[in-house]
Design a protein around this ligand. Structure first.
Ligand SMILES: [Zn+2]
Length: 136
């Protein structure tokens, strides 16, 4: 009952403000707490824990930290797939957004195939772009 009393525009505004605050807090944490350091508090990747392999997103937090500190070369090393893919996908969704579904089935299949190909490629022996971890 009480929920219906809040106008839809105000609900959208609160939702946008809450999402923005969460995003700023998350980016701030990633900027201040170095995910390269094993002693920093970040969730473990369940795929890596189970298989020992890097998933398509492994190194994404380290990539974001490197970007926030202006180190593009380290960001490329940590996860070039997300570094290139996230802005491309966001731009494509924004351009396509008006009146159509944001992610049609061919786009979802393309993203899934690209993520699987990236996962196989990055786990091949000798692949040079390995997310860096600082131990000790
Ligand atoms: Zn992972």
């Amino acid at each position: 009952m009480g929920r219906n009393r809040v106008p839809i525009n105000r609900r959208r505004l609160y939702g946008a403000l809450g999402s923005g605050a969460l995003l700023v807090g998350t980016i701030g944490y990633i900027g201040f707490v170095d995910p390269h350091n094993q002693r920093s508090v970040y969730p473990q990747c369940p795929f890596r824990l189970l298989t020992g392999w890097n998933c398509p997103a492994c190194g994404g937090l380290r990539m974001m930290h490197d970007l926030l500190h202006g180190d593009l070369a380290a960001a490329i090393t940590d996860n070039v797939f997300l570094l290139v893919g996230i802005p491309l996908l966001a731009g494509w969704i924004l351009v396509r957004r008006r009146g159509r579904s944001a992610l049609p089935m061919p786009a979802i299949v393309t993203i899934a195939v690209a993520a699987i190909a990236w996962t196989v490629l990055r786990n091949l022996p000798g692949f040079p772009l390995i997310p860096t971890i600082i131990t000790g």
